[in-house]
Design a protein around this ligand. Structure first.
Ligand code: SF4
Length: 262
């Protein structure tokens, strides 16, 4: 099992929500968010448990979440992922299980395995639509990622949804690249939703935080081709929002054996 961290909130816009983070990735993104921290950048509390899947399941059962996210680095590298999904799905048929992935390992067969195991939504992250810039940024081709979108779209239904996510990153994935991605997606199915995530500045990494005007430009361009386009505020905006009274409290859970914080 590659799960190394869990975070949850009992109240996020009215929902109970949990995130399980998996270690290990086959990409080497220059601006990897995990370089910033491996933990939850929004967590405000922390506790420790004996780290095994049985105890993680117990935590999930006690929380009774509406939604569980499987993310972190790259969950599909975990050979136990399908079993993990089945066990979570068995807790409650109403849990909405969301897999967040770079998409590089989702061929037709694996897409079907995910669906049959009980995943309700797959979010495929496209780091860059341009082949060369993707190769530069991740050290991997984006061809399997774009194929994953096709494979997942082919079996999408109301219980197994697909969302594409992309980062806005100056010099790597600009508004014009995002429009090209939107056109690619629209040719598969214009009803597939696209989420645009502005890159989060990371100390020591060459890129700057995107400008708000570029974020709006990217959204407007994508909206010309797709029915549903949404976006995340800039990290600097979130920091300002978080200075206002707290609406959701996140707690993180880690292995007792590896206490990095005292
Ligand atoms: S795919 Fe995600 S976890 Fe992997 S290197 Fe890129 S940003 Fe980091």
């Amino acid at each position: 099992m590659n799960i190394y961290h869990m975070s949850y909130t009992e109240k996020f816009a009215g929902e109970r929500m949990a995130m399980l983070s998996f270690r290990g990735c086959n990409f080497h993104c220059i601006g990897c968010i995990r370089e910033r921290t491996e933990y939850d950048i929004y967590a405000e509390g922390r506790r420790y448990i004996d780290w095994n899947f049985e105890n993680i399941l117990k935590e999930l059962k006690a929380l009774n979440p509406h939604r569980v996210y499987l993310g972190g680095y790259e969950p599909t590298l975990d050979p136990d992922l399908i079993t993990i999904i089945k066990d979570i799905a068995k807790l409650d048929p109403h849990i909405h299980i969301v897999l967040m992935t770079n998409g590089s390992r989702i061929d037709e067969r694996y897409a079907m395995e995910l669906k049959e195991a009980g995943v309700n939504e797959v979010i495929v992250s496209v780091k860059a639509f341009d082949r060369d810039k993707h190769l530069y940024y991740t050290k991997r081709s984006n061809e399997p990622v774009l194929n994953a979108i096709k494979n997942l779209a082919a079996i999408e239904d109301a219980y197994f949804r697909l969302q594409v996510e992309t980062i806005l990153l100056p010099g790597i994935n600009e508004p014009a690249d995002i429009e090209e991605l939107a056109i690619f997606i629209s040719e598969i199915n214009p009803a597939i939703s696209l989420f645009i995530e502005p890159w989060i500045p990371t100390p020591g990494v060459e890129f700057e935080e995107p400008k708000k005007r570029d974020l709006i430009d990217a959204v407007s361009r994508a909206m010309k081709h797709l029915y549903v386009v949404s976006y995340h505020p800039l990290y600097s905006e979130i920091k300002k929002i978080r200075e206002t009274p707290v609406k959701a409290k996140f707690i993180e859970i880690l292995p007792k054996q590896e206490q990095p914080f005292s």
